[in-house]
Design a protein around this ligand. Sequence first.
Ligand SMILES: C[S@@+](CC[C@H](N)C(=O)[O-])C[C@H]1O[C@@H](n2cnc3c(N)ncnc32)[C@H](O)[C@@H]1O
Length: 306
Amino acid sequence: MKTVRDVTPPLTETQIAKRLSSENLDELLQLWSKEQGVAKRRDLELMEAALPFPTDANLRVLDMCCGPGDVGRRIWGRYRNSRIDCVDRDVFLISICNGINRREGVSAENFVRDLWNTDWHNGLRHDYDVVATANALHWFDAPRLVELFNDIFRLLRPGGVFLFVEPACAEKIFAAGFAEWKSRQPAREHTKFINSVMPKLASSPTLNALLESYNAAVSAPANELVHLYEIRDALATRYGGEDEALRNLQFAEKDWKQLGYLANKAPLKEGRHGGWHLKLRHASADELDEARRIARHLIEAFANQL
Ligand SMILES: C[S@@+](CC[C@H](N)C(=O)[O-])C[C@H]1O[C@@H](n2cnc3c(N)ncnc32)[C@H](O)[C@@H]1O
C-alpha cells in the first residue's frame, strides 16, 4: 500500500525574504557562526588579509557558495568600495545573506544557482577582481572541480584572484608539518569559551576589545603573549589598578602574576621581554596553553560582571 503525503511546495526567495524580515537576522547569524566553528573567524581574516589590492579599490567580488555571506561581507568590511555578487543554490541561506547585506549597506546582487549545472554562471560578469569561496569546494568531486576552476578562470579579469579556504587533511609527506601546526592551534575549549561570552558581546565594548586581543593572540602566534597580556593590561586600566582589578574580578593573584611573568619576563620570542634577554626561545605548548587559559579566565571573569 502506498502512503500519499501532502507535499508543501518550497517557499520562493521572496516568500522567505518576507518571513526573514520579521526574524532576528542576528540570531540566525550567531547560530551559523556557532555551526561553522571558531576556526572560521581566522579563515576569514586570512582571506581578507591575503587580497593584494589597495583598500580603496572598487573591487568586483563573487562570493561563490556564499551561504549567509560571511566571505563577501568580510571582504566588503575592508574594501568598502567593492561590490559583492553572491551565488548559492540554497534559497534560505542566500536570503539570509541578502537580508544582512541590505541591512549593512553592502552593495550586492544574489544569484540562486546550482554549481552542478553547467550554466550556473550565466548572467554573471566576466571581469571579477576576486572570486572567493570558503568551506564549499568539498561538495564537488574532482572532475567537477576541474570544470568549476575553468569557469572561475573565465569569470575573472586578467590579474584577478581566486581565493578559497577548505577543510583539509594533509597528504602523507605534509602530515608531520601539518600536525605540528595543528598542535599550535586553539584547542576545543576555545570554542566553549567563545560561545560562553558571545551573548554578552553586544552589551560591552570592553568585552569586545578583550576578545579582539584574544583572537589576535590565537591568530598571530608570533606575538601571542603580547596580545594575551593586553587583556590583563586592559582590565587593570578599566578597574583603575591591578589590586582593584583582582578584587573586582575575584581573580587568583597567582594566575595574574603568571601571565605577567610569561608575557614580560620569561625569555620567550612570543612575549614582550623588553630586550632583557640575549637569548630567546619559543614558548612551549604548555606555556602557551597556560597563558591562554589565564587570559580566557580573565575575560570570563569580566563577562560575569556584566
Ligand atoms: C559550509 S557552507 C559555506 C558557506 C559560506 N561560504 C560560508 O563560508 O559561510 C557551504 C555552502 O555551499 C553551498 N553549496 C553546496 N553545494 C552547492 C552547489 N551545488 N551549488 C551552489 N551552492 C552549493 C551550500 O548551499 C552552502 O551554502
